[in-house]
Write a protein that binds this ligand. Structure first.
Ligand code: ADP
Ligand code: MG
Ligand code: MG
Length: 194
């Protein structure tokens, strides 16, 4: 069940995965971007952890909103405002019904798309959020669903974000934001929330 405690634990597990894979995420971004995705997110999750550990957060909405503000303030690049928009929209939805994880994550996807205008198939984090939302709705989110979504970005041609400058040369590389979003949902799965 999603509570202020499990939401904070989810984000903490996400932060750990980002820190463990910081170099890998930046390496992926070096191939099709500017090589900063790991360091951008590591900076953001450190700020997020500091805010979350300060305590005093009583609702899921408080936790998600606090995380959003920390990420927006520190991540920069394209991914900072996108993850920030996702978490703000998720916080708002959690204010409506904090038990409905599928609706909360769907609100996050809508926030990302409102901000970044990417559709499925454009080789971005949206290519992970869309199948994850569908799986959450039918109660069937698994590690395989997440992994297949992440891997699926490899053969796509980027048409949004910095990787789109490469055109056809973006094909054959995983999208770094899809990989980091994969970590977010692995952390959700492992967190015993669903
Ligand atoms: P920057 O490209 O500014 O250096 P990052 O490297 O931190 O920012 O983030 C890059 C990631 O952001 C990409 O791998 C992609 O998943 C995501 N991204 C970029 N543009 C968009 C967009 N319009 N919609 C969704 N995701 C996007
Ligand atoms: Mg980058
Ligand atoms: Mg950058």
């Amino acid at each position: 069940m999603l509570t202020a405690e499990t939401a904070a634990a989810w984000l903490h597990a996400f932060a750990e995965k980002i820190n463990e894979n910081k170099a890998y995420l930046s390496e992926l971004d070096s191939a099709i971007g500017d090589g900063d995705h790991g360091s951008n997110l590591a900076r953001g999750v450190q700020a997020m952890e500091e805010k979350l550990q300060a305590g005093g957060l009583e609702t899921v909405q408080d936790v998600l909103k606090t995380a959003a503000m920390a990420l927006i303030g520190k991540v920069g690049g394209a991914s900072g405002p996108l993850y920030g928009s996702a978490l703000i929209a998720m916080a708002k939805q959690a204010g409506e019904d904090e038990k409905d994880v599928a609706s909360i994550v769907k609100a996050g996807l809508d926030g990302i798309q409102k901000r970044g205008k990417a559709e499925k198939g454009e080789k971005t984090m949206v290519d992970v959020w869309v199948p994850v939302c569908e799986a959450l709705k039918s109660g069937a989110l698994t590690k395989e669903v997440i992994q297949n979504a992440v891997d699926g970005t490899k053969e796509m041609k980027a048409t949004k974000g910095r990787a789109s400058y490469l055109g056809e040369r973006s094909v054959g590389h995983l999208d770094p934001g899809a990989v980091s979003s994969g970590y977010l949902f692995e952390a959700l799965l492992e967190g015993g929330i669903l």
